[in-house]
Ligand binder design. Structure first.
Ligand code: SF4
Length: 348
C-alpha cells in the first residue's frame, strides 16, 4: 500500500491532550478516566492449556515461553476462581488500599481455548464475584471464532448476563461488564513468527483483531521487541502495520531470555541474530517507536518484568516499572518529541 509520511506539528500535539500532561498516550489511569474509579486486574489461572503445546497446532510451545515466569503466586490452577480473586485482592490491597473493584484477568496460556460452553461457565463464574466489574482475556489469535466473539460481544453489550449490575464507587451503575480481549501477536513478520514457533501468521492476528473490534469489543495486543532475526529498523517499520489495526491498546516488552527455554539455547548459539538493548538504548529506541505509533493508541506497557530468578541476566539492574516510565517521559522531553510525531498513515 502506498503511504504518506504525516508530520504532526507542536500545536497538533497540544490538541491530543495526552493524559496527565504526558507526551504519550499512557494507559496508567485509563480506567479511572473512563469509569470514574481505579480498577485493578487480578491475574487468574483458569486451567487452560495452549494449542501450541498440546499438539493441536504444535508441541513445545513458543521458543521463549515459560508460563511460570509470567504469573503471580496467588494465581494457581486448581484453586477456584473465587479463591484466586480473593487472594489476589488481598495481595493488591497492600499497595492499592482504596481500590474497590477489579477486573478478572484470564492471563495464563490461551484463555479462549475451550468449547464455548466451558468459556461461558468460567467467565460468568468470575463475573459473579461481587467486586469484579469485568474480564480481560489474554489469548492467541488462532483461538477465537465467530461464535466465541459473538458471545463476548453479548457480554460486553449487556445481552448475556440478565440482571448483572455493579454500582461503581462514583455512584454510576454498570449493567454490562467491561470486556477486553488481548491478543499475543508478538511480531508483524511471518519469518519471525515461524522462527519462534508461534504456530500462526500475522494475517491470522490481523483477522482476529478486526473480527473482535467490529463487534464493539476493546482489543489490545502484545508485541516483543528484540526477537531473533529482527533488526531495529524492522521493529520500527512494524509501527505502520500496527497503526492499521483497530487496536485500542498495545503492550510491548523487550525480549527477556528465560532460563530453560529453547530460546536460551538459540541465543547461546547465535547471539548475533538478537538485537540487545542497554537501558539507555532501549529508551531511545522506544521513543523512536512512539513517534511512529498512532497518537490514539494507548500504551499499556513498554517493558517486561520477568522475575530475576527466571533469567540469567538482568542487564538493566532491578529497576521498577514506575521508574522506567519516568525515564521514558524524561527522554521524550529531552528529545522534544511525542507519540505520533512521525506516523505513517495509509492513504484513504
Ligand atoms: S502461545 Fe502463549 S502459552 Fe502458548 S506456547 Fe506460546 S507463549 Fe506459551
Amino acid at each position: 500500500m502506498e503511504r504518506i509520511l504525516t508530520r504532526i506539528m507542536p500545536e497538533q500535539f497540544e490538541k491530543y491532550g495526552f493524559p496527565d500532561g504526558k507526551r504519550y498516550n499512557s494507559f496508567v489511569g485509563y480506567f479511572k478516566r473512563k469509569y470514574g474509579e481505579r480498577l485493578q486486574k487480578i491475574v487468574l489461572d483458569a486451567g487452560f492449556t495452549c494449542p501450541n503445546r498440546d499438539g493441536k497446532v504444535g508441541r513445545g510451545g513458543c521458543t521463549y515461553c515459560d508460563n511460570a515466569a509470567f504469573h503471580p503466586s496467588y494465581s494457581t490452577a486448581g484453586k477456584s476462581l473465587h479463591q484466586q480473586m480473593d487472594e489476589g485482592i488481598e495481595f493488591h490491597k497492600v499497595r492499592y488500599r482504596t481500590t474497590e473493584h477489579y477486573l478478572a484477568y484470564f492471563q495464563s496460556f490461551s484463555n479462549t481455548y475451550a468449547p464455548l460452553e466451558k468459556l461461558k461457565q468460567l467467565y460468568e463464574e468470575a463475573l459473579m464475584h461481587p467486586q469484579v466489574v469485568g474480564i480481560v482475556i489474554g489469548t492467541r489469535p488462532d483461538c477465537v471464532d465467530e461464535q466465541k466473539l459473538d458471545y463476548l460481544a453479548d457480554l460486553a453489550h449487556g445481552r448475556a448476563l440478565e440482571g448483572w449490575s455493579r454500582t461503581l464507587s462514583e455512584g454510576g451503575v454498570r449493567t454490562a461488564p467491561v470486556v477486553i480481549v488481548e491478543y499475543g501477536i508478538e511480531s508483524c513478520y511471518d519469518a519471525t513468527l515461524q522462527r519462534i514457533n508461534r504456530g500462526h501468521d500475522f494475517e491470522t492476528a490481523c483477522r482476529a483483531v478486526r473480527m473482535t473490534a467490529e463487534r464493539g469489543i476493546d482489543v489490545g495486543a502484545h508485541f516483543i521487541l528484540g526477537l531473533p532475526g529482527e533488526t531495529r529498523q524492522m521493529m520500527l517499520d512494524s509501527c505502520a502495520l500496527i497503526n492499521e489495526l483497530p487496536l485500542r491498546s498495545v503492550k510491548f516488552h523487550q525480549l527477556q531470555i528465560v532460563k530453560g527455554t529453547r530460546m536460551e539455547q538459540e541465543y547461546a548459539d547465535r547471539p548475533q541474530d538478537f538485537e540487545r538493548f542497554s537501558l539507555d538504548e532501549y529508551l531511545d529506541f522506544f521513543v523512536d517507536m512512539l513517534e511512529r505509533l498512532r497518537p490514539d493508541l494507548f500504551i499499556e506497557r513498554f517493558v517486561g518484568e520477568v522475575p530475576p530468578r527466571f533469567v540469567n541476566e538482568t542487564p538493566w539492574g532491578l529497576i521498577r516499572n514506575v521508574e522506567l516510565l519516568r525515564l521514558l517521559e524524561k527522554r521524550l522531553e529531552e528529545r522534544g518529541t511525542w507519540q505520533g510525531r512521525i506516523c505513517q498513515k495509509p492513504i484513504k
